[in-house]
Ligand binder design. Structure first.
Ligand code: PRX
Length: 652
C-alpha cells in the first residue's frame, strides 16, 4: 500500500472550493455522524424549496424508510421554477449537441416553458398523479423535458435505455403498468439511425393498457402511426397554441405539491435473478442528495460548464444529468451520440467548443481513449477543465494515470465516485478541495454516509481485509422498494446484515480509512460500467431451441472491464458451432439488447456442478480469466468436465 502515490488538492483549488481542506471535511462528517437525520433535515430546509415544511426527518421501520414526512414538494419545481426568480433564469440549463452537429442552448426559463407545455400535453391526455409513463428516447433535450414534465405532475417515470430491445421494453412496460409511452422516431448513433418507434410498436403488440404513445420527431424517417394510439409530440404541442389563453395557461402549468415520499421514478436494473428489478426512488430525499453531491463532489460553482457523458437511460444520467445538476442550477452539456463519431476526438472537441470545466465519464470510455493515443486530446484546447470525475467501475491505475496526466495535465483533481442505482446518489468519493487522492480508491464516505466492511457474519473485518461493503444507516436518496416486490427488496438488500444495506460489492479499507471497491460479489457483471445479470442472459439463452443449459460469467476485458462469456450445452442435434454462435449472440441482442451480447460463446458437453446441482460459476470465471482451475473442486460432480472446458475454446 505504501507505494501508492498520494495527490493532495492544490492550494488554488482549495481556495475556491465549497469544502476547504480535510479538517473541514472531517468536521462535516463528524457532525453528520452524530445524528444523520438531523444533519439531513437541516440541509433539506436550507437547500430545497418546500410547499410545506416536513414534520419528521426520518421514519425508519427497517428496511422501509420515509424521509421528511409531512412535507410537500415537487422535483420539477426545485429544478426549474425556483431558479426563475434569480439571475439564473437566463443561464443555459442545457447545452445540447446532436451527433450530426446540430446545437441547442436552452436557458432555465426556456426549459421551464418546454416542461410546462409538455406537462399540459400529458394532462390533456388524461394523465394524473400516480400514473406511470415509460420513456424510451434518444439523448435529446426532450428526454429531460419528458422526465421533468412527469415529475411536475407526479407521474412516475421509468426511462428505458434506448439500447434495450423490444422484448426488454415490453417486460418493463408490463411490470410498471404504464399507460403511456413517450418515445421518438429514432436517434443518431455513429451516423446511423437507431429506430426507437419500431421497437415500441413491437413491444406493444400485447399491451392493451398502453393508451397513448407520444412520438417526438428527431430523425424524420418514415414510420407507422397507429390511429388513436400514436400522436406526434409536435401535433399535441401545436394544439396548445390554438388561442392565447390556452397557450399562456399551458406555459404556467403548476407543479403539483407532492408528498416528500411520492414516487419519482422506477429504474430497472439487473439483479441476481433472470428478472430485472424496478428500483424505486422518491422525491425529496433523492433531489436533496443528488443536489448536495453536485456541490460536495463536483464542487459546482455558478460559472461552471458541467458535462456528464452518461446516457439518461442509466442512473448516472438521472442523478447527474437531470435532477442533481438542474436542482443545483448548473449549465449541463448534453451529447446525443457516440464518442468516436465522426472521429475519436469528439469528447475533446466538445470540451473545447463549450469550455467544459467539469467532466464526468467512465473508466471504459477513458480506456477506449487511451488506445487512440495522446495526440487527439493534445490537439485540442481543453484548458477550461478544472475537475475530472469517474464512475461505474473501479478505475485501474493505468487509466487513472492517463486521465490525470493527459487530460488533467497533471494538476486536476479526479473524483472517483462509488455509488449504485440503488443508492441514488454518490456515496463514497473524494471532496476535491479536501481529500488527498489515491489512484483507484473512492477514498472516503460523504457526510451522512456510514459505510463499513464486514465478513459473512456481519462482523467488521478491520484494516486492509477484504469483505462486504455495507451501509449502516439510511440515507435520503436510498432505494425505497423494488416495484411490486417488497419481499425481494428485503431479501436482496437487508437480509445479510440485519438493519444494514448490503451493496453486493467487495471492498477493503486501508490504514487511512480509504475504501477500495473491488467489484461485485454476486452474479452481476459490469460491462462498460453497465450492470448485466448473468441469470438474465442465461435465461435468454435457454429460450433458444438449441440450448440445453447456459452458464454466463464475466471475463476480464481490456476496454470494457468485463465482457460476457457464455458456456453452452446443446440439445441433441447436428449443430454448426460457428453459425450457432453467431445466432445465439443475435438472439441475446433481440431478447435484451445489443450491449448484452456475449463476446464469447463456448460450447461444451457438460457444465461443472456441485453435488446439489448448482453450476460452479467460480470455476468458469477462473477458466475464462486464466484458462486454468485452482482451489477447491471437491464438490464437483464430475471433475473431468473441468479439464475438457479448459481445453475447449470455441470462439466465434
Ligand atoms: O460494483 C459497483 C460498480 O457499479 C455498481 C453499480 O452499478 P449501477 O447500479 O449500474 O450504477 C452505476 C453507476 C453508479 C457498483 O455496485 N461501481 C460503480 N461506481 C464505481 C464502482 N466500482 C468501483 N468504483 C466506482 N467508482
Amino acid at each position: 500500500m505504501s507505494e501508492i502515490p498520494v495527490y493532495p488538492p492544490s492550494p488554488e483549488f482549495v481556495q475556491r472550493a465549497h469544502v476547504k481542506g480535510m479538517a473541514a471535511y472531517r468536521d462535516l462528517y463528524e457532525r453528520a455522524k452524530q445524528d444523520p437525520p438531523a444533519f439531513w433535515a437541516d440541509i433539506a430546509r436550507k437547500e430545497l424549496t418546500w410547499f410545506k415544511d416536513f414534520n419528521q426527518a426520518l421514519e425508519w421501520e427497517a428496511p422501509f424508510a420515509k424521509w421528511f414526512t409531512g412535507g410537500k414538494i415537487n422535483a420539477s419545481y426545485n429544478c426549474l421554477d425556483r431558479h426563475l426568480a434569480t439571475p439564473r433564469k437566463n443561464k443555459a440549463a442545457i447545452v445540447f449537441e446532436g451527433e450530426p452537429g446540430d446545437r441547442r442552448f436552452i436557458t432555465y426559463q426556456e426549459l421551464h416553458r418546454l416542461v410546462c407545455r409538455f406537462a399540459t400535453v400529458l394532462k390533456n391526455r388524461g394523465l394524473k398523479t400516480g400514473d406511470r409513463a415509460i420513456i424510451y428516447m434518444p439523448m435529446i433535450p426532450e428526454l429531460p423535458v419528458a422526465l421533468l414534465a412527469c415529475a411536475r405532475l407526479g407521474i412516475i417515470h421509468s426511462v428505458v435505455f434506448g439500447g434495450f430491445s423490444a422484448e426488454a421494453l415490453k417486460a418493463r412496460i408490463e411490470d410498471l403498468g404504464a399507460t403511456v409511452v413517450i418515445t421518438a422516431d429514432g436517434g443518431w448513433r455513429r451516423g446511423k439511425e437507431v429506430r426507437l418507434k419500431d421497437a415500441v410498436d413491437e413491444s406493444l403488440k400485447e399491451a392493451p393498457q398502453v393508451r397513448d404513445v407520444i412520438v417526438f420527431k428527431r430523425t424524420g424517417s418514415s414510420l407507422e402511426m397507429k390511429a388513436g394510439r400514436d400522436h406526434w409530440w409536435h401535433d399535441l404541442d401545436a394544439e396548445l397554441s390554438k388561442d392565447p389563453q390556452t397557450e399562456a395557461a399551458a406555459e404556467r402549468c403548476p407543479a403539483e405539491p407532492l408528498d416528500s415520499e411520492h414516487p419519482l421514478y422506477v429504474l430497472y436494473t439487473s439483479g441476481t435473478t433472470g428478472r430485472p428489478k424496478g428500483v424505486l426512488h422518491t422525491t425529496a430525499g433523492y433531489v436533496l442528495q443528488t443536489m448536495m453531491t453536485m456541490k460536495w463532489v463536483f464542487d459546482l460553482q455558478e460559472d461552471d460548464v458541467y458535462w456528464c457523458t452518461a446516457d439518461i437511460g442509466w442512473v448516472t444520467g438521472h442523478s447527474y444529468i437531470v435532477y442533481g445538476p438542474l436542482a443545483a442550477g448548473a449549465t449541463c452539456v448534453m451529447y446525443e451520440g457516440a464518442p468516436d463519431y465522426p472521429a475519436f476526438d469528439r469528447f475533446w472537441r466538445i470540451i473545447e467548443k463549450y469550455r467544459v470545466s467539469i467532466f464526468y465519464t467512465s473508466p471504459t470510455a477513458i480506456r477506449a481513449m487511451i488506445r487512440q493515443g495522446d495526440q487527439l486530446p493534445n490537439s485540442h484546447d481543453i484548458s477550461s477543465l478544472r475537475l475530472l470525475g469517474s464512475v461505474g467501475e473501479p478505475i485501474n491505475p493505468a487509466a487513472w494515470d492517463w486521465y490525470h496526466r493527459v487530460i488533467g495535465k497533471g494538476r486536476l483533481p479526479i473524483v472517483d465516485t462509488w455509488w449504485q442505482t440503488e443508492t441514488g446518489a454518490i456515496m463514497i468519493s473524494p471532496m476535491p478541495g479536501a481529500t488527498p487522492l489515491k489512484p483507484g480508491s473512492g477514498t472516503l464516505p460523504l457526510p451522512g454516509i456510514i459505510a463499513d466492511i464486514v465478513d459473512s457474519k456481519g462482523e467488521p473485518v478491520g484494516e486492509n481485509r477484504e469483505g462486504y461493503l455495507i451501509i449502516r444507516q439510511p440515507w435520503p436518496s436510498m432505494v425505497r422498494n423494488i416495484w411490486g416486490d417488497p419481499e425481494r427488496f428485503k431479501q436482496q438488500y437487508w437480509s445479510r446484515v440485519p438493519g444494514c444495506y448490503f451493496t453486493g460489492d467487495a471492498a477493503r479499507q486501508d490504514e487511512d480509512g480509504y475504501f477500495w471497491v473491488l467489484g461485485r460479489v454476486d452474479d452481476v457483471m459490469n460491462v462498460s460500467g453497465h450492470r448485466l445479470s448473468t441469470m438474465e442472459i442465461e435465461s435468454a439463452l435457454v429460450h433458444h431451441p438449441s440450448v440445453a443449459e447456459a452458464a454466463v460469467v464475466g471475463k476480464p476485458h481490456e476496454i470494457t472491464g468485463q465482457a460476457v462469456c457464455a458456456f453452452i450445452t446443446l440439445k441433441r442435434g447436428d449443430w454448426n458451432h460457428a453459425d450457432l454462435g453467431k445466432e445465439l449472440r443475435q438472439w441475446v441482442a433481440k431478447e435484451i439488447g445489443a450491449f448484452a451480447r456475449p463476446e464469447e460463446i463456448r460450447f461444451t458437453d457438460a457444465l461443472p456442478k456441485t453435488r446439489s446441482g448448482k453450476i460452479m460459476r467460480r470455476l468458469l470465471r477462473e477458466i475464462v480469466t486464466t484458462n486454468a482451475v485452482t482451489g477447491d473442486v471437491t464438490t464437483l460432480e464430475d471433475l473431468s468436465v473441468v479439464a475438457k472446458l479448459s481445453s475447449q475454446h470455441d470462439e466465434d
